[in-house]
Every structure is written in structure tokens, then in C-alpha cells.
Design a protein around this ligand. Structure first.
Ligand code: GLN
Length: 552
């Protein structure tokens, strides 16, 4: 569903701010998304805004190990991975209005100041910055024509860079006291040395909110276990919140169980009551059914993902490939299979080529996701060759398609130097090259937000696997790339059994390639993972898992 209408005659708009307590990374995004799903299941129109307080204008230029995945909206904004969670739970396409960074806020203010937009007045941190924040929240609400806009403030209360957002929340609440709620998603540790759930850090987090002039309406307690009654009462008394507004949110084995869990805890009912909406019956069956199917899918399907954005210090980060991971899950569950993801480091393959066959032999399917630059490239090429020669079901995503062409050019066309010009600008066989529109941008070092971004139409050729999977002639999928398959080599590849089964309507850009004599070898220039949803798996992922499930 496209949300481009801006309704002028507005319905009542309400806003729920979600702030974080104690520490980040405890599932504020999934909580926000799940609350949205529960309100939507009651017939309300819901949208969600993610605030990232950093000064980068968008995360597009950030290193994936630094930031995690860059999610791309259909209208082409590079944004935080939480937008992906919102889309998967709300089952709606969001737009660039649903994302806000301090970089965007300040850029807008400074541009306005330079063009006399403040009419010669002094521009102040307060109220001008919060006012810009508020106007963006209102714009997001209007764009989605939402009854409820959930605004997630990244990070935790007490952080310096959150202050102006809390101030925006305070000002909005002052202006619309009945229409603004504040929820604190806080973490309650159970230190192993004590073996007891501690509420004190959350009490301090509420103090921090109080210092900013805010009182939470709800406290959502993330912890390994459900919070018990005595602790609920303790938080209630010390934080000035009714006991029924202290909501348990214990760990669950799949994020898709969070909506049903929070529903049982009464979170959405409390919200409805506080905002004064009429109680309507919830239609939440599908979340129950989804979780039941997840638990019933026990037969494994093993999918390898070859990447390089894994390591930050001692941690392994699958975060950089979050939507890919979710898309594998959606498709696997649709086939009643239990997804087993095997993370494979392409640099390990490079250092130890002899391990490629040993590792890939164990798999039912292989994915090479998006990527940039030369590091780890040879490991990926080795994996692609194995998949092609050993009929291992393969799905290439963006770089995974470009590298499949490089691999075949080298191995089957015998052009040892074939490459993408991203890695070797002087290759004699540039089978993947910079798109025309990108040349000038690269020369000007104009890197931020300038790739080919967002959704574009793709025409599917009759009689191909892609067309069969999508069951449509034209599809729209989301992109994030600067390079493309060089059309000068199309004929050569076609002689090898490559079918360019998806092409841009002007016939210029190859969007999907597949191999004729292979059970499943499919790669796309776009990122199908961004449109996969739990109740609507992406067709290409479904194709991969179906083929993988058949593989012994
Ligand atoms: N680096 C490649 C390009 O810019 C692929 C990008 C990607 O995989 N998202 O075209």
C-alpha cells in the first residue's frame, strides 16, 4: 500500500513516544512495531517514526559493522533497520517521513535560516529544534493519515543527544495533553551473582525522564523473565505509574511472538483506554497462527549466508543482514521448515579455499547478500562457483548477482581479468560497470543518498522461473546500488544459459538473472529481502527455500 496522500482535513492524531531505559539493544524497535500491530488489529490507522539522534543525515554512508543493516524505503531513503521491523509488523510500506536523524533536523533548520525562513529572528536550540522535530512527526502522521503515530526515540533517556527529542515530546504533550502518551521500554537485569530481578536501574531511568519534565504513562519491562507482582508494585510506587501500567515483556524465542505476549499483558488495551479510543475487538488470530506454525516447523532447512560484515571486537553481528535473515525465516515457515542459518565469512574462504566445499556441502541453499568493495570478494566468488557447479540452490542479492556474472565470465568465458569496475576500473572485461547516472556523482565525491535507491519496476520475461514465482508481469522491488550488469555482454552470457528474466521497462538494466540448467540459480540487482513480510514471503526467497527443501 502506498502512503503518499496527505489529507488536509485531518482526523484526530495521537502520538505515543517510546523511550528507552537502562540500555539500548533490548528490543525497543520490536516492542514499538508490535504495539503498532496490536493497535492496527483493532482497526486503528497506525504509523511509526524512528528517531536516530546521531548527526549523520542518514545511515547510508555508515559502515555496516558500525550501524547494522541499512534498510531502504520504497521511496528511496536509506534508513535504520527498525523501519524494517515496523514494515514487517505493520504490514505497510513506510516512507521517508518515517525516519528522522539529528542530521536531517539540523540540515533543515540551517537551510531555512540561510533562506531567511526565520525572518531575521535568532534561531535557538529551544524551541526551534524541538519545533522542527514536532513538525516532522506531524508530517509523518499526515502522510500516513494515522490515528496513532508511534515515535521511537533511539538510544536511552539520560543520553545527551536525546534531550531535544524529549523536549519535543514535552512540548507536544503540553499542547495536546490528551493525545500524547509516553512509554518507557526499560531493561530489568537479573545479575547471575544475585539471581534476582533488579528494578533500581529502571527507577533511575524514570528519574531521568522526570528531569526532562516527563512522566511515563507506561513502563514496559524487558527482561529474561516476566516481572512479578512485588516488583510491579515497587516500580509502580517509586515511578508514579499504576500497577497495571507496568507491563511485563519477557524474552521470547521468536520476535513474532511479541505481539501475542504483549496482548496478553494488556498493553494495547491500556493504550486504547488512555488515549480514549473506543474499545474494539482485536483481530489478532493471524499472529497466534503464525507463532503456532513457527513452532510446528521442525524439519530443518540449512541456508548459508556468505558475508563479511560480521565482526566488531568479540561479537558476531548478523545485524548487518537483518532483513535477509528475516526473509529466510518467512519463506522457510511458509514451507513448514525450520530455518537454520549458517553464517560464513568470505574472508575465511579466501584464506582457506579448501574449506569451501567442506562447508557448502552441508547446506541446502546459499545466499550472497549485498556488499561493497574488494574485501572478501574472492571468497564469495569461490562460493558462487561451488553453488553453480554442484547445483546448490543459490540466491544472489545485488552484489550477489554482480559477482555471479564476474564468476561466470572468468570461469566459463575464460576472461581471467573480468571484473566489476568497482574493484578494477581498468579491467578489459567490465562485465559490471558504473551506471551512467552515477559517474558525475562519483567524480564530485557526492556519496550520501546518491545511489540508485528505492523501488523501480521490473518486467518479467514469460516462461522464466522469476515470472513463475512472482506470478506477475511487472513487479516493483527496492534497490541500493551504483553498478549494474554491463548490457554489452548480455549476448555472451545468454550463450552460457543465463536468462535475464527481469529487465527494466526501458530494456537497459538487468534486474534478475537465472540459469537454465540449474535447479535454482537466481540473482537480482534489487534487494528482495526488503519487501518480505511474515505473512507474505518474498517470491524469490520462497523459490530458494522450495528448491533447498528438495535438496538432499
Ligand atoms: N557494491 C555494489 C554496487 O554498488 C552492490 C551494492 C549492493 O550489494 N547493495 O552496485
Amino acid at each position: 500500500m502506498k502512503q503518499t496522500r496527505v489529507k488536509t482535513k485531518s482526523r484526530r492524531r495521537t502520538t505515543i513516544f517510546i523511550a528507552g531505559g537502562v540500555m539500548s539493544g533490548v528490543g525497543k524497535g520490536v516492542t514499538t512495531a508490535s504495539l503498532g500491530a496490536l493497535l492496527k488489529a483493532r482497526g486503528l490507522r497506525v504509523t511509526a517514526v524512528k528517531i536516530d539522534p546521531y548527526l549523520n543525515v542518514d545511515p547510508g554512508t555508515l559502515n555496516p559493522t558500525e550501524h547494522g543493516e541499512v534498510f531502504v524505503t520504497q521511496d528511496g531513503l536509506e534508513t535504520d533497520q527498525d523501519l524494517g521491523n515496523y514494515e514487517r509488523f505493520l504490514e505497510e510500506d513506510l516512507s521517508r517521513e518515517n525516519s528522522m536523524t539529528s542530521g536531517m533536523v539540523f540540515q533543515a533548520i540551517l537551510n531555512r535560516e540561510r533562506s531567511m525562513g526565520y525572518h531575521g529572528k535568532t534561531v535557538e536550540w529551544v524551541p526551534d529544534v524541538p519545533l522542527e522535530i514536532i513538525s516532522r512527526i506531524k508530517r509523518a502522521a499526515a502522510t500516513a493519515d494515522a490515528d496513532v503515530t508511534i515515535v521511537e526515540i533511539g538510544g536511552t533517556v539520560g543520553e545527551y543527544q536525546n534531550l531535544l527529542y524529549l523536549e519535543a515530546c514535552r512540548m507536544m504533550r503540553l499542547e495536546h495533553p490528551k493525545d500524547v502518551l509516553i512509554g518507557l521500554v526499560s531493561f530489568l537485569p537479573v545479575p547471575s551473582s544475585i539471581g534476582e530481578m533488579k528494578t533500581k536501574p529502571t527507577q533511575y531511568a524514570v528519574r531521568s525522564l522526570n528531569e526532562a519534565g516527563l512522566q511515563p504513562d507506561l513502563i514496559i519491562c524487558r527482561s529474561a523473565y516476566p516481572i512479578d507482582e512485588p516488583r510491579k508494585r515497587k516500580l509502580s510506587v517509586s515511578c508514579n505509574v499504576a500497577p497495571q501500567d507496568v507491563i511485563a515483556a519477557p524474552d521470547v524465542d521468536t520476535i513474532y511472538a511479541v505481539p501475542t505476549k504483549l496482548e496478553k499483558e494488556g498493553l494495547a488495551d491500556r493504550v486504547i483506554e488512555k488515549l480514549g479510543f473506543k474499545h474494539t475487538k482485536i483481530d489478532g488470530h493471524k499472529w497466534h497462527d503464525l507463532v503456532r506454525n513457527i513452532h510446528a516447523s521442525t524439519k530443518p532447512v540449512k541456508i548459508g549466508v556468505v558475508g563479511k560484515y560480521f565482526s566488531t571486537g568479540d561479537f558476531t553481528l548478523s545485524d548487518a543482514y537483518l532483513s535477509v535473515l528475516e526473509a529466510i525465516k518467512h519463506a522457510s515457515w511458509a514451507c513448514h521448515r525450520k530455518p537454520e542459518i549458517v553464517w560464513l565469512n568470505s574472508e575465511d574462504f579466501e584464506r582457506h579455499p579448501e574449506t569451501v566445499a567442506k562447508e557448502l556441502r552441508k547446506l541446502n541453499g546459499l545466499i550472497i547478500p549485498g556488499g561493497f568493495g574488494a574485501r572478501g570478494i574472492n571468497g564469495k566468488l569461490l562460493a558462487i562457483r561451488y553453488a553453480r557447479e554442484h547445483k546448490l540452490p543459490y540466491l544472489g542479492l545485488c552484489y550477489g548477482m554482480q559477482l555471479a556474472l564476474v564468476e561466470m565470465a572468468r570461469d566459463e568465458l575464460g576472461w581471467k581479468d573480468a571484473n566489476t569496475t568497482e574493484i578494477d576500473p581498468d579491467t578489459k572485461h567490465p562485465v559490471v560497470h558504473l551506471m551512467d547516472e552515477q559517474l558525475k556523482k562519483m567524480e564530485d565525491k557526492n556519496y550520501g543518498g546518491t545511489m540508485r535507491l528505492g523501488d523501480y519496476p521490473c518486467v518479467l520475461k514469460k516462461g522464466t522461473k522469476a515470472r513463475e514465482l512472482y506470478q506477475a508481469e511487472i513487479v516493483r522491488e527496492r534497490h541500493r546500488h551504483r553498478y549494474e550488469a554491463n548490457p554489452d555482454y548480455r549476448k555472451e552470457f545468454e550463450k552460457l544459459g543465463v536468462v535475464f528474466s527481469g529487465i527494466s521497462p526501458d530494456d537497459k538494466l538487468a534486474e534478475i538473472m537465472e540459469l537454465k540448467h540449474h535447479p535454482f540459480f537466481m540473482a537480482s540487482q534489487f534487494h528482495p529481502e526488503f519487501t518480505s513480510r511474515p505473512f507474505r514471503p518474498n517470491p524469490l526467497f520462497l523459490g530458494l527455500i522450495k528448491a533447498a527443501a528438495k535438496k538432499k
